[in-house]
Design a protein around this ligand. Structure first.
Ligand code: UTP
Length: 470
């Protein structure tokens, strides 16, 4: 049997033997999945990322150049620059040049929520979901800018059907169904962290997981989405992650800075709270702008400060990007060559004797590519600084930092500043903390819009949902 030979050559003798000994139906499904795996790539990944003592470095790390950034405006000239960027970004939206691309193919294992992460009910009063919030924002942007602004959602084989069903069951959250497109990313098999052997999720199936958010690029090409965008006159993709309810989707200033810089790929960054914060930072890698994962940045570099006492590697990437469509076309022309990273995870599996094993400790390596590694291929990039409290509160963990609770506090704090900017008092609890507030994006996307929308003389005295009339 050829496939078994191929598996042996690729260093997977155990699975080769199983293919020959399993009952026919199980062997057949397993064979079909193995046939879809690039075994040469797998052998190479196992060699470089599993059976090795020395982790691979992405390249020589050095600080980013000041010209890599657009910093938060400090003076009138910079404020004028931002105003010009905003006007330009608004025009890009109005002219139908922009698509929103929501990354939602991940497994969300840390949160431990049963279902696609976008279906997580994060809103404290209404229990609205992340998908609701992102779609209401898209609806608001379409209306404000009279923009077509199609929404593309990256899913993976594990959550694609559930995601589509969730959208259908919720009437696509008020968006025209044909203006929401689902793009399914690929998968890669998980392997045993010690031996590199392919793991099975069930007797006749491999343990497959999404191939990382870098898989977006291949998926856009494979599904014909890049061509579809070209035909629709879209030249800029705004990419964002499903788990950040604070994200400023398609913020015109960011779109405008990307365009003004003539960039092929741009990033939004926030100042890291301290050296130990687990966030990728903008740096130079072998002289080219890129993101260095927190796990790849040596502690002494993470802690390095300049003469003013500021962290040298201060710019944490919040995984929000603008990507030029033609750049994505070029990158995917002959297959995508983003580096693979290893992630050590808990993966339940079936052992060689057919017994299910549910490990308590990480036992497997998953391989992923990261979207930000595309930065290294861009001729021109720019990183635009934003205020963390206005744009970044990811929901990653069930409790503690980056959890539903920390995001709720961040949203309440932000909305309290909006309410105060509108000249009203923001309600607070006995500890002085802002109480739960929800603001429907269709009422206001920023403090100015809220100030314009609130009725004069109105007071807000407790937990409140502010929405559009009707
Ligand atoms: P994370 O890196 O936080 O991974 O993804 P995750 O899978 O959601 O969660 P954990 O690590 O299992 O707890 C960041 C963003 O990238 C998307 C996720 O859906 C999330 O919006 N993503 C991640 C993909 O779209 N595809 C992937 O293969 C991985």
């Amino acid at each position: 049997m050829n496939l078994a030979e191929d598996l042996r050559r690729a260093g997977q003798p155990e699975l080769a033997r199983l293919l020959e000994t399993l009952p026919e139906d199980e062997a057949a499904t397993l064979a079909a999945e193995v046939a879809a795996v690039d075994l040469d790539l797998l052998a190479d990944l196992v060699d470089r990322l599993v059976r090795t003592d020395r982790p691979e470095m992405a390249g020589e790390v050095s600080p980013a150049d000041p010209s890599d950034f657009v910093r938060i405006a400090q003076n009138d000239e910079e404020r004028e620059r931002d105003r010009a960027a905003k006007v330009l970004g608004e025009r890009m939206l109005r002219d139908g040049r922009v698509a929103a691309v929501l990354l939602a193919g991940g497994q969300g294992s840390r949160l431990g929520f049963d279902g696609p992460k976008g279906a997580f009910p994060f809103a404290p009063i209404t229990g609205r979901t992340l998908f609701w919030h992102h779609c209401a924002t898209i609806a608001a942007l379409r209306e404000r800018h009279r923009a077509p602004l199609p929404l593309y959602i990256l899913t993976s084989p594990t959550n694609d059907q559930e995601t589509r069903d969730f959208f259908a069951a919720n009437d696509h959250f008020g968006l025209e169904p044909q203006s929401v497109r689902f793009v399914v990313q690929g998968t890669l098999p998980a392997v045993d962290a010690t031996t590199g052997a392919l793991l099975r999720e069930s007797p006749g199936h491999l343990a497959l997981s999404p191939d990382g958010h870098g898989g977006l690029l291949t998926a856009l090409r494979r599904t014909g989405t890049l061509d579809e965008m070209a035909a629709a006159g879209i030249d800029t993709m705004f990419t964002f992650q499903v788990d950040n309810p604070l994200v400023r989707t398609c913020r015109p200033e960011f779109l405008g800075h990307h365009e003004m810089a003539g960039a092929q790929m741009s990033s939004v960054v926030v100042r890291k709270v301290g050296p130990e914060e687990r966030m990728g930072v903008i740096a130079r890698l072998d002289g080219r702008p890129g993101v260095v994962e927190y796990s790849d940045l040596p502690d002494e570099l993470a802690a390095l400060r300049d003469d003013e006492g500021e962290l040298v590697y201060w710019a944490g990437s919040i995984a929000v990007h603008c990507i030029d469509r033609r750049f994505a076309e070029r990158l995917t022309q002959d297959g995508v060559h983003l580096p693979h990273h290893r992630a050590l995870k808990v993966v339940p599996y079936i052992d060689a004797d057919g017994r299910p094993v549910d490990p308590a400790e990480p036992n497997a390596v998953k391989f992923e590519t990261f979207l930000f590694d595309a930065l290294a291929h861009a001729d021109r990039t720019v990183a635009v600084e934003a205020a963390r409290e206005e744009e970044f509160a990811p929901i990653k963990n069930a409790t503690g930092s980056d959890s539903p609770e920390s995001a709720r506090r961040a949203l309440n704090n932000l909305y309290a500043t909006w309410i105060e900017a509108a000249g009203m008092e923001a309600p607070r609890d006995e500890h002085g903390e802002p109480v739960d507030i929800e603001i429907d994006p269709r009422l206001a996307l920023d403090p100015d819009e809220l100030a314009g929308a609130l009725m004069e003389g109105r007071t807000i005295s407790g937990p409140t949902v502010l929405g559009p009339p009707g």
